[in-house]
Design a protein around this ligand. Sequence first.
Ligand code: PLP
Length: 418
Amino acid sequence: MSSPTPPALSAETLAALRADFPILNQEIRPGVPLTYLDNGATSQKPAAVIDAMSHYYEHMNANVHRGVHAFAERATAAYEGARQKVADLIGAGDAQEIIYVRNTTEAINLVARTWGDATLHTGDVVISTEMEHHANIVPWQMMAERTGVTVKYIPITETGLLDMGEYRKLLAEGNVKLVAVAHVSNVLGTINPVKEIIKLAHEAGALALIDGAQSVPGMPVNVRDLDADFYAFSAHKMLGPTGIGVLYGKYDLLEKMPPYNGGGSMISKVTLTGTKYAHAPQKFEAGTPAIAEAVGLGAAVDYLTKIGLANVIEHEKALISYAMERLSEVIGLTTYGPSVEERSGLVSFTLKGVHAHDLAQGLDAAGVAVRAGHHCAMPLHDKLGVAATLRASFYVYNTMEEVDTLINAIESTRRYFA
Ligand SMILES: Cc1ncc(COP(=O)(O)O)c(C=O)c1O
């Protein structure tokens, strides 16, 4: 079968784009090129991001917000400039609403530890869902142990969508203070109707936190249009470096929240008897932050903005449509999650008679990098009735030919185990 052409990015554009990623142009073993389909775990980085970080270290390395010398001012400008880029990317009203954290996980823990611990009590309810990554389950369970709140979960339907009827029922049970939901599932690929979820949460008097780890990298997101109270994501899944992520929060909420870590940079005055805290976002950024990483994130935002996130999702949609079609031809293969219309560019599957880890090893022999396991979503795998799945996750630099490579590698592994 010959691969169709993806509509959003021409063959020339895609070839030029791939040339921007030094890591893609290599052989995993002699004669075996890399087919990187593990983007849901982390994306590769374009030279523009790597160069921006090297340039920072070579030309302006200094601590931010502290010195009055030229380098300190340049470093601070680069660090704060990146914050503005992130704010523009997600449609935040103000760069002050962007808090740098280490990753999505830390962003969610920050909300649980600060807003949650200060606001919630026994009898209050937090709603999450059955399809969440552990990052959007465990912090709420830990908070429940500290505060006495109850965590409830929206179930999923047979087709891997959130059961909105059940969600309404959970809201109607009352006392809901927070709804914490993934924008895009990292296992099912489901794009959840978060605008409606947030509206219903607000009508019930609850706040809404959206886990955007799998959405911001691949589709246009506007936090103000969604009316999200909190929105969390990681730079490393969107062409940026590891070690930095973002918590967006509405400014009035951030101002009311207690700080997270205590120390330098998060204060306006310290005496031996007490401390007055700085305003957001500094209040949540104690200590020397990940400066080069923020610069790298800013470069990643520039790169994605140049491509256009509407083009990224269209490209991913073309890849996933073709992948789903080809996967449906493989004997004994089961895919999980909704139709192409309701999913992003990733798919999880199992192959009858072959353990997910054996299948992943078979694919690795063909240079195809995928992820096998529970993808930090054990409750979801329990619900699906499987211990492990294999996940192929596509991104802007993947090609239709790489889908063919994936399918050929699955077929040869299947024949090997038959
Ligand atoms: C939906 C979702 N939420 C949260 C996370 C956690 O991201 P991080 O490990 O960058 O904190 C991931 C990572 O795979 C994810 O896919």
